[in-house]
Design a protein around this ligand. Structure first.
Ligand code: AMP
Length: 203
């Protein structure tokens, strides 16, 4: 199964991806996580991305496309993957199409998590509080100022992907304002309708 989770920051993409990984035995490919790891390790990609990410902007397409292209090649992605936070621009979506075509692979679905913008700041604040409670360092971009820029980037550059994938017929929209469990159930219902059966279901 190959899936894209689309939605603004705080929509619940990471949470839902984590649950789908368990159920379907596929990998979560989060460009945000990969970039944060690169920043922490001080790699050339990390050095390029650090300030852009902290300010809430988008890292250049060629950087993230390179990262995803390499990652999809890894053996653990053979069974399938969930793209979380990629693509984020039409250019990235087109590059992904080309990449998948060259590998004779297809996307099974693009699931958009639709969330009221007014709820997002609260969700991000909750994530910060939870990370602090676990003794972790909150993300550099989980603050009101960077979130406003991330939302702007989403509206401006990522929201057009709803139309892009809508035109390809693979887009499904889920109400991301439901409880976490209900969102999971709804995504599983959609994937079940596509013929996907989870590891738990087939065990
Ligand atoms: P995320 O963890 O998905 O919220 O991503 C955190 C930050 O990483 C974003 O605000 C961007 O600065 C950067 N980033 C992650 N994925 C991408 C992407 N596909 N394209 C450009 N920038 C990205």
């Amino acid at each position: 199964m190959r899936l894209i989770l689309l939605g603004p920051p705080g929509a619940g993409k990471g949470t839902q991806a984590g649950r789908l990984v368990e159920r379907y035995g596929i990998v979560q490919l989060s460009t945000g996580d990969m970039l944060r790891a690169a920043v922490a390790a001080g790699t050339p990609v990390g050095l390029k991305a650090k300030d852009i990410m902290a300010a809430g902007g988008l890292v250049p397409d060629e950087v993230v496309i390179g990262i995803i292209s390499d990652r999809i090649e890894q053996p653990d992605a053979r069974k399938g993957f969930i793209l979380d936070g990629f693509p984020r621009t039409v250019g990235q979506a087109e590059a992904l199409d080309t990449l998948l075509k060259a590998k004779h692979l297809e996307l099974d679905a693009v699931v958009e998590l639709r969330v009221d913008e007014s709820a997002l700041l609260k969700r991000v604040e909750t994530r910060v509080a939870e990370m602090l409670a676990r003794g972790e360092t909150p993300r550099a971009d989980d603050n009101a100022e960077a979130l406003a820029k991330r939302l702007h980037a989403y509206r401006d550059q990522t929201a057009p992907l709803v139309e892009y994938y809508g035109a390809h017929g693979s887009l499904r929209t889920v109400d991301g304002m439901m409880s976490i469990d209900d969102v999971t159930k709804e995504i599983q219902r959609i994937l079940g309708g596509l013929g996907a059966s989870g590891a738990a279901a087939t065990a």
